[in-house]
Design a protein around this ligand. Sequence first.
Ligand SMILES: CCCCCCCCCCC/C=C/C(=O)SCCNC(=O)CCNC(=O)[C@H](O)C(C)(C)COP(=O)(O)OP(=O)(O)OC[C@H]1O[C@@H](n2cnc3c(N)ncnc32)[C@H](O)[C@@H]1OP(=O)(O)O
Length: 395
Amino acid sequence: MAAAAAGLASIWRLSHRLRPLQVISFPVLQLHMSRIAMGGSQKDFEMAVNQVKRLKNEPGNEVKLKLYALYKQATEGPCNMPKPGMFDFINKAKWDSWNALGNLSKETARQNYVELVSNLSASEPSSPGKPGAGRKQAGYDTLVVTSEDGITKIMFNRPTKKNALNHQMYQELMAALEAAGKDDSAITVITGNGDYYSSGNDLNNFTDSLQDDIEKSAQNAAILLRNFVGCFIDFPKPLIAMVNGPAVGIPVTLLGLFDIIYASDRATFHTPFSHLGQSPEGCSSYMFPKIMGSAKAAEMLIFGKKITAKEACAQGLVTEVFPDSTFQKEVWTRLKVYAKLPPNAMRISKQLIRNMEKEKLHAINSEECRVLQSRWQSEECANAVMNFLSRKAKL
Ligand SMILES: CCCCCCCCCCC/C=C/C(=O)SCCNC(=O)CCNC(=O)[C@H](O)C(C)(C)COP(=O)(O)OP(=O)(O)OC[C@H]1O[C@@H](n2cnc3c(N)ncnc32)[C@H](O)[C@@H]1OP(=O)(O)O
């Protein structure tokens, strides 16, 4: 598996990153692309193809395969290659990815490619003079924070760790929310970079505690968690989650404190607290039964049932589900319209919806943190975390 992944990475470098620009020279590419039916994104597509070559951050394999597939679809149309043999892992992964796009039009593929590259570029280290660099806010390592068109976007940016939340990311998220609550944007959006929305608490957060004074560490972690969740309870503006892929643990439980949740049909929602010897947080012990009824909430929060985006939508946790191929375009188009609504009216309406319960939510948050503080010191929790860290278990 690891060998296949390493192989995939090197083949990628040769066959995708270099191919559009080096195997196919730029003038030839331009000529080739001039034959593509003209659409609004033609020029953007050409620029995006160029931009891919300049990316400094290595995107994960899933993202690379997606870029490959969209490029092929945009330039050649639906997959027309014979299916590689089952042991030709790399070409089969590429073929599967391209073939999965079915009859997606060349124009839509071009647009999706442009959007994907634009998201990847937003997470690049900024350099003076780089277009758009002025919009990216400085001071964050684990997030990319940008403001544009009345929208502040906070993007989890640890794609190689499936956007797991380490201590730094908790701190940066609190700072970003604090700033977004006060800036002049109308709405705030949280999303993930790469193939995951977020895999939840970084389980390495536990290792220090196991070596040092565990009681003190658990107490500090409970304070951190209470403050962190408190920022979501008190957030004053419309808060939107764009769940771009699977979500595990705290990024799921927090969703009950968001105002709108849009999900890609690739997203899944998983709260495996019992498996981890832990218990629910993010006010989910109250919000989930309220949103989906106690029976469905129990299946998720006690038994760790993983649900699909479609199921989450049917249960009221998710506002709307979009096909992954059009997710970014459809959601951003809609959000840009929403962000033009009078901001004060939106804030006041949100506060009317939420304020009555704020005190109760803070009390629930405190209680959940108190219980977790003791759970983190349990043998059940220590075993689960060690199993993951020693590569014995994944969810
Ligand atoms: C005293 C206590 C102090 C603690 C401080 C607590 C602060 C507040 C806590 C709030 C409570 C929150 C609870 C939760 O969020 S519970 C959910 C926790 N998440 C998990 O258990 C997920 C664990 N990850 C997995 O099972 C798999 O990685 C996953 C299914 C998500 C993906 O599998 P896949 O095979 O596709 O990918 P990899 O496993 O190879 O992952 C790629 C790399 O990313 C690393 N990774 C992924 N998730 C995490 C994670 N949650 N924590 C740490 N690292 C993670 C993974 O190890 C790989 O890294 P390497 O490439 O370096 O091996």
